[in-house]
Design a protein around this ligand. Structure first.
Ligand SMILES: [Zn+2]
Ligand SMILES: [Zn+2]
Length: 135
């Protein structure tokens, strides 16, 4: 059996179960990177923004990113130890995440915030955000 380890840190410390906004992540307490399934990340986006529309925008951006996966990363998936693929999420600025087609995405420190920001911006452009700022 192998327990999930940080794909980023030199010493590959064990990832720990972390809960944020009722969503389970695996987190590294050294680099503050996070691993999560793409669906769970969508739940997080919905819970953090209080908006189903922003989650819809997230899934659209995710699909777009998956349709245009970039090259292989040097980092290995914490679960299957296969190299992850780089994935550009959103635009202006693009958030570069790492993706395992079986297990989910790796987010470096602060990328969770960037995913939220990109999803919110996209929801606004598409008129999906039923929250503040109706014009
Ligand atoms: Zn780490
Ligand atoms: Zn994997």
């Amino acid at each position: 059996m192998s327990e999930p380890r940080c794909p980023t840190c030199e010493e590959h410390p064990l990832l720990e179960d972390i809960e944020e906004r009722d969503v389970g992540f695996l987190g590294c307490t050294t680099c503050f990177g996070l691993f999560v399934t793409t669906d769970a990340l969508g739940e997080y986006v919905k819970n953090a923004t209080g908006s189903v529309g922003v989650r819809t925008a997230y899934h659209a951006l995710l699909q777009d990113a998956l349709d245009h996966l970039a090259g292989q990363s040097k980092r290995l998936c914490p679960h299957c130890q296969e190299p992850m693929r780089r994935m550009g999420f959103g635009e202006h600025p693009l958030v570069i995440l790492e993706h395992c087609s079986l297990h989910g995405v790796w987010l470096d420190k602060k990328e969770l915030t960037k995913v939220l920001r990109a999803s919110r911006a996209d929801a606004k452009v598409k008129g999906l955000d039923e929250g503040e700022g109706e014009e």
